[in-house]
Design a protein around this ligand. Sequence first.
Ligand SMILES: O=CC(=O)O
Length: 315
Amino acid sequence: MLHAGETPPGLESRVGDARLRFAADADELATALPGSDVLLTWDFTSDAVKEVWHDDLARSLRWVHTASAGVDRVAFPELLATPLTLTNSRGVFDRPIAEFVLGAVLAFAKDTARSLALQRDRTWRHRETETIAGRTATVVGSGPIGQAIAQLLGAAGLDVRLVGRRAADGVHAFDELPGLLPDTDYLVLAAPLTDATRGMLHSGTIALLPERARVINIGRGPLVVQDDLTAALASGRLAGAALDVFEVEPLPADSPLWTMENVLISPHMSGDVVGWKDMLVELFVDNLQRFRTGRDLRNVVDKERGYVSSSGGKA
Ligand SMILES: O=CC(=O)O
């Protein structure tokens, strides 16, 4: 078994007599990976697995677990084509991300960023703020994270439409999205990065949103054509954006997004509440027990889903 990236807390004492190899970077991974049957990738911003991949690994490796909900960092064709089992960490981040999104909605509605800016200037300036009750949120992504967001925003009084791949009970099909955009106040992107979702928000779809709309992206940066969104925010074509993920991470210092007053930027942290790493270890250790006793694993990912690799996005 092998783990790549930062050391997960308490993992070593939890794996019984399984032999752990640690790899902090691509070079160490290239040495450690051959002969391993399990790979735990702990760093959702690293392209190390893709960098060191070669076909022999397809024969030895039987299971890859990502310490993330998104599997895009390992969703490259050579790995997806192998018979190995891919599992992710869905479930850990749902509620934290939903709270993060609600916080962003409230920050926009209550003009919080402006209050902080005025406070820094010791300026007392009364304004009227918006209510969130009755506003419309369109949440793209009907997995556990999207569902948690929809549930929390709904509980807060927003009128929520959930959009998934296919129509289902309470879920709109992805191809219905253009019809939902014109009366959207908050567009929340919580979809995985797939063939269908990459670049889904571009100048054409932005043009369908009303000028009052705000975009909240807690999914993956490449869901959005960032230049198109930046231009729309700069011109006032859109009212605002809360962005936790970007085409390139960390967001380069020269990005115009940093200084826009209507943009909230956070460094890919929407799900990372205190204790999240312990929860990830818990999930992995449980799955490891299952793996070693031949039982079904939790959180198996459908490798045929059309996931695309987000590699190359790291600065
Ligand atoms: O981005 C983090 C994750 O996919 O869990």
